[in-house]
Design a protein around this ligand. Structure first.
Ligand SMILES: [Zn+2]
Length: 256
């Protein structure tokens, strides 16, 4: 009850108060801004680091010159085909994600989107392929969606789509509530669960399109792999040309 009330009152209160950075509390020069220059600079700097285009982990400049994959991904490539990200979990990026996800601070999705979009297009230019034909947010299970009231992946996809003029297609549904139960399981079991966790919506046709899954965080990669597999299992005449992914950040999987 408190959250909707706060959101309702915020615009009125904000008219009288100077705008402050949602993270650092610094005074902002313009209304409509949510993040300070300090935070934006930190994000831009993260977006410029070279990384593995499969797992998203930051790489040394020398090894990243290969512009392919880190050693681990070279040994074992799982779908999606390519992954682009803004940074690694930590610092301002993790605070932004937590505030969007658990605080419903949607304006932060819009605030981080320009830096994210810039980092994505920079890497797409470097790679020269594949194009972005559509964004597909990774869905939550309907029960979780109702509990939370929104899906952060959808909010992020919409903010990014506005800047890139990309269509957003809700192509997937999640058939299992995988989180709580799966946390107790090992990595292998989680991967197996994720294989059946997603299904495509009826009458979805992605034929010939290079589609990009959108999520806030990539941890083990099992969720993105599960979602990508569901799209790849569409009948041939509806199947996309490639399934890739864009995330805000990547985090190291837990050791298990
Ligand atoms: Zn890698």
């Amino acid at each position: 009850m408190l959250m909707p009330m706060r959101r309702l009152l915020e615009p009125a209160v904000n008219i009288f108060l100077p705008p402050l950075c949602a993270l650092t509390g610094e005074r902002l020069p313009h209304r409509g801004m949510s993040l300070s220059e300090t935070v934006i600079r930190e994000l831009v700097e993260q977006g410029e680091r070279p990384y593995c285009y499969h797992c998203g982990r930051t790489m040394l400049e020398a090894s990243a010159n290969l512009r392919h994959a880190c050693n681990a991904c070279n040994r074992r490539k799982a779908p999606p085909r390519m992954l682009l990200r803004l940074g690694e979990f930590g610092g301002s990026l993790s605070q932004i994600i937590l505030r969007i996800k658990f605080g419903g601070r949607f304006e932060l999705a819009a605030a981080v989107a320009p830096v994210w979009h810039q980092a994505i297009t920079h890497n797409l230019d470097l790679l020269g392929r594949p194009p972005v034909d559509a964004l597909i947010p990774v869905p939550l299970h309907w029960r979780r969606r109702v509990q939370r009231g929104f899906n952060q992946a959808e909010e992020l996809a919409l903010a990014l789509a506005r800047l890139g003029h990309w269509p957003v297609i809700h192509a997937l549904t999640r058939r299992r509530s995988t989180s709580e139960q799966a946390r107790a399981l090992g990595a292998l079991q989680r991967r197996m669960n994720m294989r059946q966790a997603f299904t495509t919506r009826p009458r979805i046709n992605l034929r010939g399109q290079h589609v990009w899954l959108i999520d806030d965080v990539r941890t083990s990669g099992a969720t993105l792999a599960g979602a990508a597999r569901a799209l790849q299992q569409l009948p041939l005449r509806q199947r996309p040309a490639s399934v890739n992914a864009i995330v805000l950040c990547v985090t190291q999987p837990r050791a298990d």
